[in-house]
Design a protein around this ligand. Structure first.
Ligand code: CTP
Length: 403
């Protein structure tokens, strides 16, 4: 999954021959799951049609402050567009538009939106080689970079004039990769590795039976997505689950039993900066596993169980400066029990689920948590989707990393 999935991408098109490539750009952004809106300068419509771009982007294409042919026309609000965008890409960016952007000119909708945009702005210049090298163009680049805008440099090749040299707009695929990499680098967990346990464990009784629990694994996979969206590389050690990870930064290692999970976690802990143990690990397992299927004979059957190894506790003993997060599922004296676990297992953060709260815990799509950090600061969260709870947990982790 691309880091651009579900992001709002505003594509600004100015009047250069490379505008024909903007159709490919729109397709690429849509393909990775971004929401795309296009703004064109009036002159760029001579190079590529708004109809093509609105069909590909599945959104109306905007180019003037008011649609003069529509008697019910409403004002195209550049401020709203600027706020809607998570990123604004101007491609192709002509020398003329770049110079206007640098000087604060806002005589068309694209330029007014540029001045209103609060999101990161990328621009991909496209022009003839002498224009590209002209001091005035270089000055525009420098001024725009000074504003914090990001240049996607032009490349060398054959130009529309027939001349060969620097000035060709970067290829659409390369523009997309450039932006994805740039966003990843700016994310707070870029370069960090996060280890997550998720789902239930299955403890074998015989070749066909096991002791398990109702954990779906959803919470752990949502935390993995939230961590990957912050730029972390994520390894999920997961018990049996139907959940799937689609993010390119997430690797899933499937396991069955508590003992398998223990081994896999310890194999990856060294390389991790943060470990979040959300799995519902069995506390007990059958002492003996029958190698043949147990036949029904007597009216009762006794299974002797023994404790599994506590993975979380074992990590607390070796964690050094890694950040360790545990979960606590409680039915009574919730806060007191959770704080006890936080201390005894040497955690930085504990996420408390109370089974007394409706919509919390196993199975469903919602959860209600209280998060307690190592300083015993307690934060109560409302009932939310597990996607949102995962973001709250990651925000608490970011706060601890910043502290
Ligand atoms: N956990 C673990 N290994 C185990 C058991 C639990 O890593 N063998 C982790 C869980 O992933 C969770 C935390 O420990 O992060 C708390 O689990 P919970 O069952 O609430 O608490 P326990 O410590 O097992 O204590 P109790 O069952 O007595 O409440």
């Amino acid at each position: 999954m691309s880091i651009l999935k579900d992001k709002n991408v505003l594509l600004g098109i100015t009047a250069g021959i490379a505008a024909y490539k903007s159709t490919s750009l729109v397709r690429l952004f849509v393909k990775v799951g971004a929401n795309v809106k296009v703004i064109m300068t009036p002159a760029s419509k001579d190079f590529v049609t708004p109809l093509t771009l609105s069909t590909l982007s599945k959104n109306p294409v905007l180019s003037s402050f008011i649609d003069e042919e529509d008697e019910n026309a409403v004002w195209n609000n550049h401020v709203e567009l600027g706020l809607w965008a998570d990123l604004f890409l101007i491609a192709p960016a002509t020398a003329n538009s770049l110079s206007k952007m640098a000087s604060g000119n806002s005589d068309n909708l694209l330029l007014a939106t540029y001045l209103s945009a609060k999101c990161p702005v990328y621009f991909a210049p496209a022009m003839d080689l002498d224009m590209y090298k002209h001091q005035s163009t270089i000055n525009s680049f420098e001024i725009l970079k000074g504003f914090g805008n990001i240049i996607i440099p032009a490349v060398s090749g054959e130009l529309a004039s027939g001349l060969v040299g620097e000035g060709r707009m970067a290829e659409p695929e390369n523009i997309l990769t450039f932006i994805e990499k740039d966003i990843l680098q700016s994310l707070p967990l870029n370069g960090k590795q996060v280890l997550i346990t998720a789902g239930p464990t299955y403890e074998a009784i015989d070749p066909v039976r096991f002791i398990g629990n109702h954990s779906s694994g959803k919470m752990g996979f949502e935390i993995a997505n939230a961590a990957a969206n912050l730029g972390a590389k994520v390894v999920i050690i997961s018990g049996p689950t139907h959940e799937k990870a689609e993010h390119s930064l997430i690797t899933v290692i499937p396991v069955q039993s508590a003992s398998d999970m223990y081994d896999a976690v310890h194999n990856h802990f060294n390389d991790s900066d943060i470990a979040i143990l959300s799995a519902a690990v069995a506390d007990y397992k059958p002492k003996k596993v029958s190698i043949i299927k147990i036949k029904k004979k007597d009216s009762t059957l006794q299974l002797e169980l023994e404790k599994t190894k506590d993975i979380l506790e074992s990590l607390g003993k070796i964690k050094q400066n890694k950040l360790l997060v545990g979960f606590a599922l409680e039915t009574n004296d919730e806060l007191e029990n959770a704080i006890k676990k936080l201390k005894s297992k040497n955690l930085d953060l504990i996420v408390l689920n109370s089974l007394n709260d409706k919509g919390a815990g196993f199975g469903g799509t919602t959860n209600k948590v209280t998060i307690i950090n190592k300083n015993e600061t307690i934060t109560n969260y409302s009932l939310k989707s597990k996607t949102e709870v995962a973001k709250d947990i990651m925000n608490e982790i970011l706060k601890l990393l910043d502290a």
